[in-house]
Ligand binder design. Structure first.
Ligand code: AMP
Length: 150
């Protein structure tokens, strides 16, 4: 599986996803479809409606800032934690718990504010920044102005 490059090879990866919204639900569907064992956590029950027929995992209704919820998700057994709630501070808190307390090897989090990226990185958390990704996409769409076609 390409996303596990550099990690120990296993037959089945266990991935816990925090936030089953627009991004988390798509990731959950895809990871299930490629054979991962997936658990999704969200505090809003309606968020689970976005899970498709491809999803074969489990969902947990709860606030991911609560330790009991992280334990229920068996975070200590996870190969990867995907931390995709709406809020950077919440994501940082969950990611740090995953990394420091549950010793999850790969923790990937969403950070909207570019000023927060360093803080995540300093804790060994990999960051997806939609703001920076959007900037790159818009730049590429405007290649005819800059002449910078990639
Ligand atoms: P989206 O921005 O569409 O990718 O959705 C983010 C998801 O994160 C939503 O479904 C929220 O309900 C969920 N969410 C936000 N905060 C928490 C939290 N503390 N615990 C669990 N889920 C959360």
């Amino acid at each position: 599986m390409p996303f596990m490059k550099g990690a120990i090879k296993k037959d089945e990866y266990y991935v816990v996803i925090f936030g089953c919204g627009r991004l988390g639900s798509r990731m959950a569907n895809w990871l299930s479809s490629i054979g991962c064992s997936v658990v999704v956590v969200d505090r809003n029950e309606s968020s689970f409606d976005a899970l498709s027929y491809e999803f074969t995992g489990f969902n947990i209704l709860g606030d991911a800032t609560e330790l009991d919820v992280l334990k229920e998700a068996k975070l200590d057994k996870a190969d990867v934690a995907l931390v995709l709630t709406t809020d950077d501070n919440t994501n940082l808190m969950i990611s740090m718990s995953a990394k420091e307390f549950f010793e999850v090897t790969r923790v990937v989090a969403r950070a909207y504010d570019t000023n927060n990226i360093k803080m995540f990185s300093d804790f060994g958390i990999e960051v997806i920044c939609p703001t920076l990704l959007a900037v790159e996409n818009v730049k590429n769409a405007l290649y005819f102005i800059s002449g910078d076609e990639k």
